[in-house]
Design a binder for this molecule. Structure first.
Ligand code: SAH
Length: 344
């Protein structure tokens, strides 16, 4: 698959290939427009003209037409002979009514608060500072606490990505032998509920910031496992809930620098019993130069949170600094791996 990808980019002369890469940013911004305006939802049952879509979204029809025509040229919509735009397998991923929807991810990553953060990439490269904080005057988590609409899109984005990763995780990893699993920074609970559904004797604790936990309540109530899942709000820099024999954290440690990560991991260590297990679900950066999602998500962390993606050796070091021994890394079909640790 990688060989194929390389062949695709080397098939054209380098200036053309480079122009395609440069204009990738334009495509991303157009995807944001389609996601934000909910165009895939509007064309899911029947194709529509740009005029019809502009009326439905209160936008300028000729300009919307140009965005949709450009998106259709790269396979994101179909552009039919009668001028109507329709869904393709790519735009289908941006519908809001599907499990694992990428709509909120496209919105949060390409338009709302992450876009100005990426605008400051040069600032981060020059100074090592967090571009988000430079652009907004505060860290992203404080910004979310004050801006619930942005926070909702971000939390929906995480839920969508988690739904994408759940199946890949269950295919390679089972939670046998665990009685109570604590999902630290579990967002709206997409991961813990999917684990509880597959493991009927397991109990769960979902832990996140109080305002995020508030937002998780309704989702959890409809999940069918709420009687086996306790919700707790708090700050993982202070402490994490006790009572579990294992802690899972997905996409948490990559948000933080090494020092902050060790603080969180030490709090996990303190909360776990002697034979407790630590389960991180994170991308592991391969040591070679091959393409990997982690290498760009890493830059997302650079500009947004001050965190980073890590190699296996870097995870091992963090574990050791917090009193854990890295026991195994289990890759999944998704960009995430399971990085398992034992309390020593
Ligand atoms: N594990 C989820 C969410 C990852 S996003 C998933 O993969 O889908 C990171 C999460 O960390 C967010 O839900 C955010 O609210 C939470 N978080 C950030 N700072 C926190 C803190 N100090 N204490 C508890 N949770 C925090």
């Amino acid at each position: 698959m990688n060989a194929q990808k390389t062949a695709m980019t080397t098939e054209v002369p380098p200036p053309i290939a480079m122009l395609q890469l440069i204009s990738g940013f334009w495509i991303s911004r157009c995807i944001y427009i389609a996601a934000k305006l909910g165009i895939p939802d509007l064309v899911k049952d029947a194709s529509k003209t740009a005029e019809e879509l502009a009326t439905a979204t209160s936008t300028h029809a000729p300009s919307l037409f140009r965005v949709l025509r450009a998106l259709a040229s790269v396979g994101i919509f179909s552009h039919q002979n009668d001028g109507r735009f329709g869904l393709t397998p790519l735009s289908d991923t941006l519908r809001s009514d599907i499990s694992g929807s990428l709509r909120a991810f496209a919105m949060t990553e390409l338009g709302e608060e992450h876009y100005p953060a990426w605008g400051g990439l040069l600032h981060s490269v020059r100074t090592g500072d967090i571009a988000f904080d430079h652009a907004f005057g505060e860290p992203v988590w404080e910004f979310f606490a004050k801006n619930p609409e942005n926070a909702k899109i971000f939390n929906d984005a995480m839920s969508g990505m988690t739904a994408q990763a759940n199946e890949a995780l269950h295919a390679v990893y089972d939670f046998d032998g665990i009685n109570t699993l604590v999902d630290v920074g579990g967002g709206h609970g997409g991961l813990i509920t999917s684990i509880l559904k597959r493991n009927p004797s397991l109990r769960g604790i979902l832990f996140d910031s109080p305002e995020v936990i508030e937002g998780a309540k309704t989702l959890l109530e409809g999940s069918g496992v709420s009687d086996r899942c306790e919700l707790l709000g708090g700050d993982f820099f202070q402490s994490v809930p006790e009572g579990g024999d294992a802690i899972i954290m997905k996409w948490i440690i990559h948000d933080w620098n090494d020092e902050q990560s060790v603080t969180i991991l030490k709090n996990c260590h303190r909360a776990l019993p002697e034979n407790g297990k630590l389960i991180l679900v994170e991308a592991v950066v391969p040591s070679g130069s091959e393409p990997h999602f982690s290498k760009f998500i890493d830059l997302n962390m650079l500009v947004r949170t001050g965190g980073r993606e890590r190699t296996e050796a870097e995870f091992r070091k963090l574990y050791e600094a917090a009193g854990f021994r890295l026991t195994r890394v289990v890759p999944t079909e998704s960009p995430f791996s399971v990085i398992e640790g034992a309390r020593v």
